[in-house]
Design a protein around this ligand. Sequence first.
Ligand code: XMP
Length: 304
Amino acid sequence: MVKVDRFIEKAIENIRRQVDGKALLALSGGVDSSVCLVLARRAIGDLLIPVYIDTGLMREGETERIVEIFGDAGLRVVHAEEQFLEGLRGITDPEEKRRAFGEVYLRVLEDVAREEEVEYLIQGTIYPDFIESLGGIKSHHNVKGLPDVYEFKAIIEPIRDLYKDEVREVARALGLPPEICERMPFPGPGLSVRILGEVTREKVEIARRANRIVEEELLEKFRPWQTYAALVGKGTGVKGDVRAYGWIVAVRAVESRDGMTAQPLEIPHEVLMRLASRLTSEIPEVTHVMYDLTPKPPATIELE
Ligand code: XMP
């Protein structure tokens, strides 16, 4: 982006023009919504109410860390773990899952809006979310995953024209901490799109532990654009001479500039072997570990 300062000025002006009262800001703690938080705060000050929804589908320690970072910004934390599990119950199709997630996401925000008497919602949708949703590739939770009918007077998306690398530039210019500016992307629907098939409490726990191990092994050392673990099915194993019908974990690590295309990371064999060993020994329910070798395209980054 040529003129970051100009973008910031314009974005603040636009928010002021569109919002004539209080607004909720859906904060996930990722770089996109954090940038929107700073822009909106500068635009409407205390009329902004940042809301963080704990979907129960976050990574280990994520909610606690977000509260530590943004607690001073008057963050309201909503615990909606049960609502999301309930909304996702029995759903196996990836697109249906995304719509079910989007429905609960918006209804939870509407509940807060009613309580706080707020008419506007600000969210950190970026350009690729639109391209992928409207191009029919996958329904991002904040675009096509949203229900058509909602109570908000308007949903405002201050960075809807930006790619991820541009959002990071804006984040740096706004003075957000490096932990946020360089934060690895994490999808709104969280671990639910890293569990193929139905989402259950048990699978979420296993996916959460697997994601922690993968991040511990790969994040610092290789600095991938994105890395994660997904539960892709079940397979027969043998643990302690006993048959174990356990989870197959797929590990993904990619390089990318803006998430629109991606290349799998070349990871040394011994690192992959350590991952396999840690995942199968530290998580008793895991029997197989695989590494995803596909670029985007033809794959996408998340499996669902
Ligand atoms: P895909 O899987 O489409 O992902 O190649 C591209 C980037 O978008 C993230 N992603 C999402 N982000 N809501 C989000 O906020 C979503 O529904 C969603 N789906 C995918 C993905 O993690 C990757 O960084």
